[in-house]
Ligand binder design. Structure first.
Ligand SMILES: Nc1ncnc2c1ncn2[C@@H]1O[C@H](COP(=O)(O)OP(=O)(O)OP(=O)(O)O)[C@@H](O)[C@H]1O
Length: 743
């Protein structure tokens, strides 16, 4: 056995040969307590969306039925566009915009309740949604603080983080930055990132883990390591289901069950090992040295063959239903399987020959003690399937929670709760007729009862209590993360602080010690202040647009998961940004004000700094609003450039404002900031007019084109009013854009 601590220096799992050694996976967690798993079954799922051009319904899923079991890894395979992600989204109860879903999802035999489902099911999406500036431990701790109940002691939350890291073999890279090459932060490997994404979901210890393409973009070795991790997580009792593109034969060893999809239909739902037999029986035998999944996909890529297989599978499902009704009618076992269920046998293949069926078209009962195939002759275990009719009066708590159903079982190679050799837990096709095909949300009482039953049976208390983290705690957690991002992301920090200091020196050196001789004295002051305004408009807004587009997916993902609300995000954002704005404005002022030789007065200096800070704050808000309104960085950049051009052009300095553009000047916060800064400087200086030889008070030479026709104080009040409106406006825009699905 290879112990987690024997993993490589970079924290990765050992190479494939040792991973594949028989005792590796089972040996990893020999001391782990088994978790209480759940069985997830879905019946007659149909998903439709209106075609964008014709408006006609497009079927994404058609009558899809299947099951995923605790302690097992089910893999969803199929060609591109087969409906795998749609099925996974439906099972995860993800919001799929514009898609109508019908059918039923059961959890331990009771209709799924979306509220309790969220507590026991986690969905790991294809793309890693990670904050590059956090370490592995910090990312998991953030998740634990937001996902686990507030009442749980901090020590227990941290212990949970530690145990997740051990479970996922992330201990060695616990304090390494996650990183992102694009953001200029060196970080952990792709495989480790995948495991961190899983870890973020695992902190709440879900019973069901759904993963969309967990191996995409990974090399074969890393993909295998992820598959090993999935198997390990399943073996602890969880129900694990993942969509994959083309698993290697080594990876296939890690999986228990297979759900094959094509054209939105289920083509096969059953044990991994029995799929080859199913294909063989339907005339698509897998060539000897070909990787079976590769073979399945090449067949399913041919739509006629895929339809033939889907029809064959539907026939088997029908056959099993009929067996179920016979078993129920006879009230006794129809097969040899002992225990609380009743068994019969059915072959996963073409419709049985007539001499195998009774007068009702139901396959004849096999001889006692043998598993029989469609021709009545005993089959090798891997070539036959048993049907287990689960009795609702079964002995175990779980069986009692289940509705009557049919279980498809195969021979060795599809064991439950342990190695592939164990025959106790199998795939199931349940008869959905009893519930009347009700949609989701029905039977919430049933689900609640099942949920309570699980709790009574010892489910983790932490999972059961809703994770009600108070608003202030959400703000604290998010503020910490936000501050960390700024401090640790050189690009983000540099784009802000560096630019302010650089421009302060640059402008200061260009206008070093302003003179007092007119008209140059006025032109220089007007120009250096307009340059300052342009810098204060562009810098905060462009860095906001860039930062937003790096974070929007994570934000959108976490908001959808309801880890926190927009108000908490907003509050945390400004807890960090407001002090940063003040520091940056002060840095700029300290260098530029004295370098350029503005009026030497403390009050003038602080008014100058305060106006810079407010202008910067409004510009940041402008960047945020424009980001929220655009789903792409490109769109946001174009809109921002045009908007800034309008806002900075019409304060009367750069262009002679035509009458029809004056309203734009009056709406622009730049106009008021500029007028305040100019008056703040000129109202206290005395200038020299060489044409008359007179000393002129500065405020007398301010041209009317640069004035707002408002007093100095009123200009300040208007600017602060605009800043307040912007503060409210960006909060409203954030809410609206999220509701409209822009992020
Ligand atoms: N919201 C939607 N609106 C319109 N069509 C959709 C929507 N979601 C999915 N589809 C279409 O449904 C089909 C199935 O999509 P899905 O993403 O489930 O397939 P998939 O098997 O996961 O494919 P892939 O392996 O390429 O990700 C595709 O043709 C896809 O274009």
């Amino acid at each position: 056995m290879v112990h987690p601590d024997d993993a490589g220096d970079d924290g990765l799992l050992p190479p494939a040969e040792s991973i594949l050694s028989p005792n590796y996976v089972e040996g990893l967690r020999t001391n782990a307590d088994a978790k209480l798993g759940v069985r997830v079954a879905w019946f007659g799922l149909n998903a439709t969306v209106a075609d964008k051009t014709t408006g006609a319904p497009k079927h994404l899923l058609t009558n899809v039925t299947g099951v995923a079991r605790p302690s097992r890894v089910s893999v969803l395979l199929g060609p591109s566009g087969a409906g795998k992600s749609t099925l996974l989204d439906v099972l995860a109860a993800n919001d799929i915009r514009g898609v109508t879903v019908k059918g039923r999802v059961e959890v331990d035999g009771a209709n799924r309740n979306p509220n309790t489902w969220r507590d026991i099911c986690s969905f790991v999406q294809q793309q890693d949604m990670l904050m590059p500036s956090a370490t592995v431990r910090e990312a998991l701790t953030t998740a634990a603080l937001l996902k686990l109940p507030y009442s749980l002691p901090q020590a227990q939350k941290l212990a949970r983080v530690q145990s997740v890291m051990e479970e996922l073999m992330l201990v060695r890279c616990a304090d390494a930055m996650i990183g992102d090459a694009a953001a200029g932060i060196k970080g952990i490997s792709g495989g480790q990132k995948r495991r961190v994404s899983m870890g973020i979901e695992l902190v709440k210890d879900p019973r069901v883990l759904l993963l969309d393409e967990p191996t995409s973009g990974l090399d074969s070795e890393t993909a295998l390591q992820v598959a090993v991790t999935m198997r390990q997580l399943a073996r602890q009792g969880r129900t694990v289901m993942a969509t994959l593109h083309q698993p290697s034969s080594d990876m296939g060893e890690m999986f228990d069950d297979l759900v094959l999809m094509a054209g939105g239909r289920a083509v096969y739902v059953g044990p991994w090992g029995a799929a080859t037999d199913f294909f063989g029986r339907n005339g698509f035998a897998c060539p000897r040295f070909k990787n079976p999944p590769e073979h399945f996909l090449s067949i399913l890529n041919r739509s006629e063959d895929a339809t033939a297989l889907a029809n064959a599978f539907d026939r088997v499902a029908m056959q099993l239903k009929r067996l179920s009704s016979v078993a129920a009618r006879d009230g006794g076992p129809v097969g040899p399987r002992p225990g609380p269920g009743h068994t019969a046998a059915a072959a996963l293949g073409p419709t049985p020959k007539n001499d195998d069926e009774d007068e009702n078209g139901v396959p004849r009962r096999p001889k006692s003690g043998a598993t029989a195939g469609s021709d009545g002759s005993p089959k090798p275990p891997s070539a036959s399937l048993e049907v287990v009719v689960v009795s609702s009066g079964g002995a175990s708590g779980k069986a009692a929670a289940a509705k009557d159903g049919l279980e498809l079982t195969a021979g060795p190679g599809a064991g439950a709760g342990g190695g592939k050799g164990s025959p106790s837990v199998r795939l199931e096709l349940a008869d959905d007729s009893e519930s009347g095909g009700g949609g989701e949300g029905e039977g919430e009482g049933d689900e609640d009862a099942a949920f309570r039953a699980r709790v009574a049976l010892g489910a983790d208390e932490a999972v059961v209590e809703a994770a009600t983290v108070p608003f202030w705690m959400q703000v604290v957690v998010l503020t910490t993360r936000f501050a960390r991002m700024f401090i640790r992301t050189p690009a983000a920090l540099m784009s802000e602080v560096f630019q302010y200091v650089f421009f302060a020196f640059f402008f200061g050196s260009c206008y070093c010690q302003l003179g007092s001789t007119l008209p140059q004295a006025l032109t220089d002051r007007g120009t250096c202040l307009i340059l300052t305004m342009i810098m204060l408009t562009f810098t905060p807004s462009t860095s906001t647009v860039n930062n937003w587009h790096q974070q929007r997916q994570l934000l959108s993902h976490e908001l959808r998961q309801r880890l926190y609300g927009i108000n908490a995000y907003y509050a945390s954002r400004y807890v960090v940004l407001i002090p940063m704005t003040l520091v940056e404005s002060l840095l700029f002022s300290v260098v530029f004000y004295w370098f350029a030789g503005f009026r030497p007065s403390a009050s003038a200096f602080f008014i100058f700094t305060a106006i810079l800070a407010v202008t910067q704050h409004v510009s940041e808000g402008l960047g945020l609003i424009i980001s929220c309104l655009n789903s792409t960085l490109n769109g946001a950049s174009i809109m921002l450039t045009i908007t800034i051009l309008f806002l900075t052009s019409f304060q009367g300095f750069l262009v002679k404002v035509p009458v029809y553009y004056r309203w734009l000047g009056k709406l622009s916060y730049v106009t008021y900031s500029y007028a305040i800064l100019l008056e703040n400087e000129l109202s206290g200086v005395t200038l020299y007019d060489p044409s008359t030889g007179a000393q002129v008070p500065g405020e007398n030479v301010i041209p009317s084109t640069l004035q707002t026709s408002l007093s100095f104080r009123t200009n300040i009040a208007v600017l602060f009013g605009l800043a307040g409106a912007m503060t409210l406006g960006k909060l409203i825009t954030l809410h609206a854009a999220h509701r409209l699905g822009i992020f």
